[in-house]
Design a protein around this ligand. Sequence first.
Ligand SMILES: N[C@@H](CCC(=O)N[C@@H](CS)C(=O)NCC(=O)O)C(=O)O
Length: 208
Amino acid sequence: MKLYTYFRSSAAYRVRIALNLKNIPHELVGVNLLKSEQQGEAYTKKNPQGLLPALETEQGVLAQSLAILEWLEETHTDTPLLPNDPWQKAQVRNFCYAIACDIHPIDNLRVLKYLSQELNVDDEQKNTWYRHWVIEGFKKLEAMLGDSPFCFGDKPTLADVCLVPQVFNALRFKVDMTPFPKIAAIYQRCNEMAAFSDAAPENQPDAQ
Ligand SMILES: N[C@@H](CCC(=O)N[C@@H](CS)C(=O)NCC(=O)O)C(=O)O
């Protein structure tokens, strides 16, 4: 399999973590978001949405990180990242969607670029926008967490897979994590595992 990725893409980071947790051999192919390579013909032929990540498989190319995660979960069952119980599974998905549908879309590159390039918002205002929506989202996530070592239980699930990249981004934009002790502790615990740390942006071949 080939994963089209950019070191700082948090949606690609989710898939990198899952591939590592499931020990799935794969090749990383860099697509530089700062050079807008995701909009070039070579890439949009594979993923018409022009966004990262995309996973090239024997069956074809799959995009949307959550669709990729679910497909990996169904096709590589040795290390499950979703609980068996339907109710618990729905809790994990609820947490994942809160990140991937409600936090990430309003803070990603094309939104921030539109704010600065089209609406002439300055860097400070742009960063305030970013931090505001992440902090609002993290308040809700913190309230959803119990006292388990990982988001839901004593081993990582897709909830942790989605949480870690979002926290990485928040720290990059200097979000104060003090009000979110549960999220911060889970982030630290996950990063003690090689599957997470190997997937971290600074450890990617295309890291700048
Ligand atoms: N919902 C999509 C989000 C994809 C997405 O927004 N990817 C970002 C990188 S994290 C991207 O390609 N941004 C390029 C752009 O905004 O032009 C997913 O989960 O895969």
